[in-house]
Every structure is written in C-alpha cells, then in structure tokens.
Design a binder for this molecule. Sequence first.
Ligand SMILES: [Zn+2]
Ligand SMILES: [Zn+2]
Length: 203
Amino acid sequence: MNPRSPFVVGVHELVRRPGAMHTTRLAIPAPGDLRNEVIGVPTGAEVEIDLRLESVVEGVLASARVLAPLAGECVRCLTAIADEADVELTELFAYPGAIEIDPEDTEAEEIAEILDDAIDLEQAVRDAIVLDLPFQPHCRPDCLGLCPECGVDLNTADPDHGHDVVDARWAALVEAFNQPDGEPDETPGGTAAPTTTGEESDR
Ligand SMILES: [Zn+2]
Ligand SMILES: [Zn+2]
C-alpha cells in the first residue's frame, strides 16, 4: 500500500471499536486506467467519493457512492460522448488474519485488509466504476451510425442518403420502373378536370 495514494484513508479511530462510524468525502484526481476501450474517466478528472466507514468485528466496512465524469465515443457514429459514472460500492477491509481463506478454495476472492491502520480504496473504486461502464456506449439510443458505403454520419445526412448499388437481378426491374411511361398518361388525366367542369356548365 502506497501511503501517499489519495485512495488510502486512515481508519485509526475505528480500529477495534465495533459500532464506531465515520463519514467523509474525498475528491481524487482519476488515475489513467478507470476505463475500458471505448469509455472511461478522463485522467485527472475528479472522482468524488462519499464514504461511510463502519467499525465491525472483523475490520472496517466501507460503503461509498462514487461519482465521476465519463468521456468516450459512440460505437456507431464515433461522436464524442460525455456521461457520468454514479456507482455504489461496499467492501470489507479485514484485520490481517481476521478472515481465513480456505487455501483449497481457488475461487475465493482476495480479501482487502487494513494495513497500518489504513485502507486503500483504489481497487474497490476501480472495480465499481469500470465494471459498470457500457461496452457499447451510444450518443443516443436510436443513433443511426455511419453509412457503411461512404462513412457519412447518417444522423446528420439527408434522410434519403443512399447509394445506387443495385443487384444485377434487380437492374432490369429498376430500369422498367424508371421508364417515363407515367408522364404522358398524366397529361390527359390533368385535362380531364376542365372537361368535367365543361359538362357542368352545359347543364
Ligand atoms: Zn452515435
Ligand atoms: Zn453513404
């Protein structure tokens, strides 16, 4: 344990005093690794920890609400995303030897311990934040992403954005569809209206 780490908190007044309690608030500049590949806490950004420490028989029970800004990018359109981590954690810091781990139990979690009347919250804070990060953050739930053909952002592109990539099997059909046959037919239709009014005036 690095005693100068900002995540290390002295618990001297709680040691061997079951029932004693202490609350405090920490503001810690984020280390660089509070992140996954796509989103995380910017290095140096403030991690706010509302901490409650309770002396229990086996050690000190730490519970905290952790707030930190998040920066990342949308996995669909690559736009920058700003968000906030708001997570809770509970971790028992035991007196050395207070809790025995069965050496045969390879699944057993490592137990955090009180060393020199201090506890190190860094691992617990890291786990709480990083395990809660989204793996596929989106700028908004219905983000349209980028055009797979040209890479343009479909959220801001023309709604009709597309490319005339036509399967050969459809080409003939598309050609037929594009024949301007409809236009000459419409002209007589348009002239039909005056004819109707003409009939009315005859009556
Ligand atoms: Zn997006
Ligand atoms: Zn495109």
